[in-house]
Design a protein around this ligand. Structure first.
Ligand SMILES: [Zn+2]
Length: 782
């Protein structure tokens, strides 16, 4: 038998099946697939109804949580600020009111993992334990209560904090659980995961933990994803599957997350002998670490989803034996947010083998029946690879051009980014459909589809080997496609029916799995990652477009032309509506920096040009250059203008002791900010080597490294106590060297003339989302 003619060459028509009918059916199939894609994206992003404040006490009510969120995120509350102390006191009083007994863990923590300047700080974690009736191991719920400097911290991580508070309240009102539940409100997450570090290293409760759940945010809404787990997660995922009311999770996310620069407390908690899951919502990156991260901006339904998860999981894991939770790693993914599927990673290669066999069968059978030409398959491979490169390149270039008009947008993502997302998808489809229309008369549709399948197979093999968590994305749809192709090759259905069946059997699973993913990738990778996301748009097209485009003959260039125009209109619309106003602030920054050695002060900004706000400080004769006096090893170029020197005391380094023996020198210094600035940076300058350094007794050099060159060592201390901190430097050689201190406070205030003194709290003046920082630098020789 022969493969259906309609799969062969689009120009072939017959009297019994006139082209116009096929054409209509194909348009219908196309529409069905588009609708399925839209519905899948909708379901994936659907959020639960918000439970009111009058909901039963055993439920998680986002409305109740929102009340607490308003109290917590009334002001930016970075570590070391008064607002931060207020939030901590609020937490303690709320927990006490629930009849719990909150503890304060105070410590100095250092994190050297991100390189110099090493992050350090005086932290205070808040912990509370809800005792279980027959504890196996404890369930730990974690969120951080400090905010970023420029943010009110409503979503990041106020949402996590109130999730824990409301969960604790709901747990207290219900029957007791078997396991202990520990709530941990960490400090200093934003400046270097410091609180989590102190908990893991020093708190005895950390040894009791069997399972931990961390709640984070990188936006102000959208679905809450479970995006990271500890290893050997088979059992964990099965329990999650059973419990999660609306699961949004994929082993692909952990693989992508590894590529992103973001970090959370989870990174530190992973060193515990326990299993864990990490949750976050990502939509609205303009709210991340900006003055837009306010309680009135958060999507309350997102908070409801996060809370419902936290409560359901705490109750579930609170009642099962948490010993021996480990099991083989699994590949997992949700289908449009409705159901979670998982299979053991040991199945990856058998599935791949089965897919390869089916693919081989399709090729052999197709070639034997003359429906497939090997050259046609190779052209199919080239078409998909070429389409991918062309689309990704075009989108990268167009975005590069557009970006110039959005210089000061948070995270390079313009407001109303959906216009751009859709524009790039449409542009990708236009480019690929042009390629397939060009090839339409020369190569039969089946060969093109099978060629695309070969590319998919190669991706399936590559991901199975290199990024197993992402392998399902290629293997599962390809398996189904090859299965449909095999059945259709041997079946005796009418040829049109076969074509349509193939388009649907291939299209539906690919679209259900990929359409929500493409949307979420746009959100996760931002528009800067457009070129990568477009690759994900092009891949399914390789399987579908040859089938759909085969019948179009007259006016064949209408489709790509119309799509290109639509894309252009969308880009234009996005550019036009994405301006700045009160609700959509522009990002900028201004520094006031005083060099106490020279007595000279400047205003500076890392913006490219002065705008209406920064030009208050930077007006005439703007000089451009580095700020090595204040940021010694930072090559960034700033705009600078002279400023009046404020009458403020410089930070002070007092010699406590200076011991020398056998060519080694141990210097102990007391470092103080005389104006009580919350942050102090310390740099050493000289050609010596630092063998060891410690701050308040905590090691401040990387473990396992023999020594650090002086010019490579630096430390930034957050939450600086009024009495200061003790720094011990052990160095090789007895030569004198320089210690540079730069203290930092947030906010500026104008007095008469141009004199400026730092002031708390934080000034964030709309329509700007600004960081304004005052620095005083002073160097010492020892
Ligand atoms: Zn955070």
């Amino acid at each position: 038998m022969a493969f259906p003619q309609t799969l062969d060459n689009s120009t072939s028509t017959s009297a019994t099946h006139p082209r116009v009918n096929s054409h209509h059916v194909e348009i219908l199939i196309l529409l069905v697939l588009v609708v399925i894609g839209a519905v899948s994206i909708h379901f994936q992003n659907r959020l639960p109804a918000v439970l009111r404040a009058t909901a039963p006490p055993s439920d998680f009510s986002a409305a109740r949580a929102l009340e607490q969120l308003r109290a917590i995120s009334a002001q930016p509350h970075p570590i070391g600020s008064q607002a931060h102390t207020n939030v901590r006191d609020y937490l303690v009083s709320e927990l006490s009111e629930l009849g719990l007994n909150p503890l304060r863990q105070q410590s100095t923590a250092v994190n050297v993992k991100r390189g110099a300047p090493f992050a350090a700080g005086s932290i205070e974690n808040i912990l509370v334990k809800i005792r279980g009736t027959a504890n196996s191991r404890a369930v730990l719920l974690v969120s951080h209560y400090d905010s970023a400097v420029t943010s009110f911290g409503a979503s990041d991580d106020g949402a996590g904090v109130v999730t824990l508070l409301e969960t604790a309240r709901a747990l207290q009102s219900g029957p007791p659980l078997k396991n202990d539940v520990i709530l941990l409100f960490t400090d200093g997450e934003e400046v270097g995961l410091l609180g989590a570090q102190a908990f893991v290293n020093e708190n005895p409760w950390s040894k009791d933990v069997g399972l931990f759940l961390n709640f984070e945010a990188r936006g102000n809404g959208g679905p809450v994803f479970m995006f990271e787990t500890t290893s050997e997660n088979g059992n964990l995922i099965r329990q999650f599957e059973k419990t999660s009311p609306i699961p949004r999770a994929s082993s692909l996310f952990s693989e992508i997350y590894k590529l992103l620069p973001n970090d959370t407390d989870f990174t530190v908690l992973k060193t515990l002998d326990a299993q864990g899951m990490n949750f976050a919502f990502l939509s609205g990156i303009n709210h991340y670490h900006t003055s837009l991260d306010r309680p009135e901006e958060i999507d309350v339904a997102t908070l409801q989803q996060q809370g419902s998860h936290a409560l359901a999981l705490a109750q579930h894991f609170g009642n099962i034996d948490l010993h021996n939770m480990r099991d083989n790693d699994v590949v997992y993914f949700d289908i449009i947010g409705q159901k979670l599927f998982s299979y053991s990673k040991t199945w990856i290669f058998p599935l791949l083998a089965l897919t390869t066999l089916l693919f081989a069968f399709v090729v052999v059978r197709g070639v034997l029946t003359n429906e497939l030409r090997l050259t046609g398959i190779l052209i199919g491979v080239a078409a998909l690879v070429g389409g991918t490169i062309l689309s990704a390149g075009m989108c990268w270039f167009v975005w590069f051009l557009i970006q110039a008009s959005f210089r000061s947008v948070p995270w390079s993502e313009p407001y109303y980014s959906n216009f751009f997302r859709l524009a790039f998808v449409v542009l990708g489809i236009a480019a690929v459909s042009a390629i397939y229309l060009l090839l339409r008369r020369k190569v039969n549709a089946l060969s093109l589809v099978v060629g695309a399948c070969l590319v998919w197979l190669l991706m399936s093999i590559a991901t199975s080997v290199a990024i197993p968590g992402a392998s399902y994305l290629f293997t599962v749809p390809l398996l189904l496609t090859c299965l449909s192709l095999s059945v259709l090759l041997v079946s005796k259905l009418r040829r049109e029916v076969k074509t349509y069946a193939l388009a649907l059997f291939t299209g539906v699973p690919v679209i259900v799995l990929w359409a929500p993913l493409i949307y979420n990738l746009f959100v996760a990778l931002t528009l800067n990652g457009t070129w990568m996301v477009v690759i994900f748009v092009v891949f399914p097209l390789g399987l579908l477009l040859p089938l759909i485009l085969q019948v179009v003959s007259a006016r064949k260039w209408v489709l790509p032309s119309v799509l290109a125009v639509v894309s252009l209109i969308l880009l234009l619309a996005g550019t036009l509506v994405s301006g700045f106003d009160q609700r959509h602030p522009k990002i900028n920054n201004i520094f006031y920096a005083l060099n106490a050695d020279t007595g000279k002060a400047i205003f500076a900004s890392s913006d490219k040009t002065a705008d209406e706000w920064t030009s208050q400080f930077l007006s005439t004769d703007i000089e451009r250059g580095t700020m090595y006096e204040f940021f010694p090893r930072n090559d960034r170029v700033f705009m600078k203008n002279p400023a009046a020197a404020a009458a403020l005391p410089a930070p002070e380094a007092t010699l406590i002791s200076d011991a020398r023996d056998n060519g080694l020198r141990t210097l102990t210094l007391r470092l103080v900010s005389q104006r009580s600035a919350p942050v102090l940076s310390v740099y050493t300058e000289g050609d010596g080597e630092i063998l060891a350094a410690s701050i308040n007794g905590k090691q401040a050099t990387p473990v396992g490294k023999g020594s650090v060159r002086m010019i490579d060592w630096a430390l930034q201390f957050h939450g600086l106590p009024a009495e200061g901190v003790d720094l011990v430097l052990r160095t090789k050689g007895e030569k004198p060297y320089k210690v540079l201190l730069v203290d930092r406070s947030y906010g500026l205030v104008e007095t008469q003339g141009r004199a400026v003194i730092p002031r708390p709290p934080y000034m964030i003046s709309a329509p700007h989302s600004a960081s304004d920082i005052s620095l005083i630098a002073k160097s010492f020789s020892f």
